[in-house]
Write a protein that binds this ligand. Structure first.
Ligand code: PMP
Length: 353
């Protein structure tokens, strides 16, 4: 604490991402990374990269990457924005579009980073509870507002909303921006990407960190009407006119182009998710219906905090949130088949299961 800190900084609780411990033999199922390596095309870019080129600045407009994303989504380049991970895209979105006189609507339980931005930028926010079965009911998002944001599928609950409900929301809120954070959408949910043609108030944010196995490269992006994209570009240029480094731009393009690998990798994660869900259910766990690369689960007899510690003692890391309402659940990332088999065997050996 310092007398030089602004009031916003004094009360700020910084976001703490999941642990990245360096322990040999640890099975890491706590931060929703992809268990499989990036596409072979990404490896080829890295292997053949000529380091001499690093003396040059990267393309500040990320034109080739934006074009590749636009082509992949069937949109135009001026409907695409890129940033250092979707966390940066979200930060710029809060700064550029969600600091409004009317309150921002968001789920009570969602990606906790939203609240860091809300506090940092002093945004008036109304948190809307999930339903009893942990769903986002978009009908609850009504009344005067200066914007709406939620993750779809939601995190850490893993459940998705359907596009019909989203369309109704967009039509009911034509005067505010609706931001849909689709960090996990590729694992089986319906993406709202194509709706940006129809709805100028929709901004869709995605990432290369999950389905493209590039969390270490920090590449995120947004699709939206050119006016929304321009707002993000204006704020971005005020801070850092080079949003992505050269390697991040090139590896991201390679990842988009390798469509076969992408699909195969997603399908493997989805298959492993089904298997894991079945096994957990056999052990008496309740598992929410997941469209993500993780499951959100609880056991009626054994408290989640105890299970988390038990797994940790056995070198398996999963995520437990202390937030009331979700504090008896575990969020378990879908790893490789072997990792999930080890998780299930470990749980089977628990004396109370
Ligand atoms: N949105 C959600 C819902 C997330 O869970 C995450 C990952 N923690 C992010 C955005 C940010 O991902 P990244 O910055 O790696 O793109």
């Amino acid at each position: 604490m310092s007398r030089f800190w602004s009031p916003a900084i004094q009360s700020l609780v910084p976001y703490t991402p999941g642990e990245q411990p360096k322990v040999d033999g640890l099975i890491k199922l706590n931060t929703n990374e992809n268990p499989y390596p990036p596409a072979p095309a990404v490896e080829a870019v890295l292997r053949h990269f000529d380091s001499e080129r690093l003396r040059l600045y990267p393309d500040p407009d990320c034109q080739a990457l934006k074009q590749a994303l636009a082509d992949d989504a069937g949109l135009a380049r001026n409907q695409v924005f890129v940033g250092n991970g979707s966390d940066e895209v979200l930060a710029l979105t809060f700064m550029a579009l969600l600091r409004q006189p009317k309150p921002l609507l968001l789920p009570e339980t969602s990606y906790s980073f939203y609240n860091v931005y809300i506090d940092l930028f002093g945004i008036d926010a109304r948190h809307i509870p999930l339903t009893e079965d942990f769903r986002i009911d978009l009908d609850d998002y009504c009344g005067e507002n200066g914007g709406i944001i939620f993750a779809n599928p939601n995190a850490p609950t893993s459940i998705s909303v359907d596009l019909a409900a989203l369309k109704t929301l967009l039509e009911r809120n034509t005067d505010s921006v609706v931001v849909v954070d689709e960090a996990y959408v590729d694992f089986g949910a319906a993406s709202a990407t194509r709706l940006v043609e129809q709805y100028p108030n929709l901004l869709v944010i995605q990432t290369f960190s999950k389905s493209r196995s590039l969390a270490g490269m920090r590449v995120g992006f947004a699709f939206g009407h050119p006016d929304l994209i321009e707002a993000l570009e204006r704020v971005k240029n005020s801070f850092n006119s080079y949003p992505l480094d050269m390697l991040a731009q090139q590896t991201a393009i390679a990842a988009i182009e390798d469509k076969e690998y992408f699909t195969a990798c997603i399908n493997r994660v989805i298959e492993t998710r089904s298997w894991t869900t079945e096994q957990l259910q056999k052990l008496g766990f309740e598992v929410l219906p997941s469209h993500t690369n993780f499951v959100f689960t609880s056991h009626p007899q054994v408290p989640a905090a105890e299970l988390m510690q038990y797994l940790r003692d056995n070198k398996i890391l999963v995520r437990h949130f202390t937030k009331p309402g979700i504090d008896n659940h575990l969020r378990i990332t879908i790893g490789t088949t072997e990792e999930m088999e080890a998780l299930i065997s470990c749980l089977q050996a628990h004396p109370a299961l």
